[in-house]
Write a protein that binds this ligand. Structure first.
Ligand SMILES: [Zn+2]
Ligand SMILES: [Zn+2]
Length: 135
């Protein structure tokens, strides 16, 4: 077997905990310790293109190239978009954020005051109720 091809590496963990990369291509029995593959040609598991193993891709079970790397922020967005099981919640959230954007801090704090006074009234009422119960 000629070793001219770029291996398509997949991580394998032995029962003793030792991790190696092995080539998943047919007719290739390449196998080597994880760290030894740094800078080596490999085939991206996502786009199938050749790329060079870097420190990050060495941490992946199925290495992918930098072009295919999804940053954490993008991942979050992608996760929310197709996942619309809470479709009722999403509009509410956007409405709330629109409100908090359109109204100033003064309105919010006055709203807070109103709520606090309302709460106090409720507490006073409750106290009265308890007094009534005592009678
Ligand atoms: Zn190979
Ligand atoms: Zn790729």
């Amino acid at each position: 077997m000629k070793q001219s091809h770029a291996h398509k590496l997949k991580r394998h963990t032995y029962s003793n905990g030792t991790q190696v990369y092995f080539c998943t291509l047919p007719d290739c029995s390449f196998r080597s310790a994880i760290g030894l593959n740094l800078g080596k040609r490999t085939i991206c598991w996502r786009c199938g293109k050749e790329f060079l193993m870097n420190v990050y891709s060495l941490t992946l079970a199925k290495p992918h190239c930098e072009e295919c790397h999804v940053f954490k922020n993008e991942k979050k967005q992608r996760r929310i978009e197709p996942n619309k099981r809470d479709s009722a919640v999403l509009p509410v959230v956007s409405v709330v954020s629109t409100i908090s954007e359109s109204i100033g801090t003064n309105v919010v704090s006055s709203l807070k005051d109103k709520m606090t006074s309302a709460l106090n009234q409720v507490i006073e009422y409750k106290t009265l109720e308890e007094k009534d119960d005592d009678l």
